[in-house]
Design a protein around this ligand. Structure first.
Ligand SMILES: Nc1ncnc2c1ncn2[C@@H]1O[C@H](COP(=O)(O)OP(=O)(O)OP(=O)(O)O)[C@@H](O)[C@H]1O
Ligand SMILES: [Mg+2]
Length: 236
């Protein structure tokens, strides 16, 4: 299996503060990997390195066999890495449909907008029902789905998702996870940061557990419940 993402001995720092210490991990093509750990363990930092938003201070980042260490984020995007934006990154004063049209025009070109819209509404029926509503008036969960629809229709090679379910009602979390599952079935690999460990384990094949900025454990999702500490398992 070829790796869509490989971090080799990655360290990262915010100014003088070192946050990652020689983290190595691999996400194979079409594979789903959960990135777990307590608060401050380095999950978000690792996710940002994986999508090119933060350059490693040492070590290398490989996407689809190419060394992209230190390259700008758009090169990661062009290589097929999508970063699911946290929170509510939608245009509040545009309708749901216009939000989607705008981003599909950028990613697909004018001719591809119609098909992409159909696909987005198929993935997220709730957005179809609300296509004429202003995005700023959607609920938090619906806004999250709108951000995800923009990413997912592009069928990235890898989706890096940081705390997608944070602050969402359980039923909406289930919908988000259904969408991730469908995305997986369509061939997208996943690197998922998630506080709610049972959800992550149900979706993912493998687990990388971070502690104090380093890999503390890695193994299959089925071994994880006995291998990872209770405080990580039950922090949600
Ligand atoms: N911009 C920053 N400047 C300085 N230190 C930072 C910055 N961002 C993160 N850190 C530090 O880096 C470490 C790792 O943070 P990170 O956000 O990666 O943790 P996390 O595992 O995502 O935690 P959480 O579960 O709370 O989201 C923490 O000690 C944090 O305080
Ligand atoms: Mg975080």
């Amino acid at each position: 299996m070829s790796a869509v993402l490989e971090l080799r001995g990655v360290s990262a720092a915010y100014g003088p503060f070192r946050s990652l210490f020689e983290v190595s991990l691999t996400v194979g093509a079409g594979e789903a990997v959960a990135l777990l750990g307590s608060n401050g363990a380095g999950k978000t930092t690792t996710a940002r390195v994986a999508s090119g938003l933060l350059a490693p201070s040492s070590g290398t980042v490989w996407v689809d066999g190419a060394d992209l260490s230190g390259a700008p984020a758009w090169r990661y995007a062009r290589a097929g890495v999508a970063h699911a934006p946290e929170g509510r990154s939608v245009f509040a004063t545009l309708s749901v449909e216009d939000n989607l049209r705008l981003s599909f025009r950028q990613s697909k070109g004018r001719a591809g907008v119609g098909a992409a819209l159909d696909r987005a509404f198929e993935l997220f029926p709730v957005l179809a029902k609300r296509r004429h509503q202003l995005a700023g008036t959607l609920s938090g969960g619906e806004q999250r789905m709108l951000s995800m629809a923009r990413v997912m229709v592009d069928a990235p090679k890898l989706l890096v998702a940081d705390e997608l379910s944070l602050g969402l009602a359980p039923i909406v979390v289930d919908q988000v996870y259904d969408s991730l599952q469908r995305l997986r079935e369509a061939g997208t690999a996943l690197l998922i940061v998630e506080q709610h460990v049972p959800h992550a384990l149900a979706l993912c094949d493998r687990v990388v557990l971070l502690g104090h900025g380093a890999v503390a454990w890695h193994g299959s999702a089925s071994e994880a419940p006995t291998a990872i500490p209770d405080k990580v398992f039950h922090q949600a």
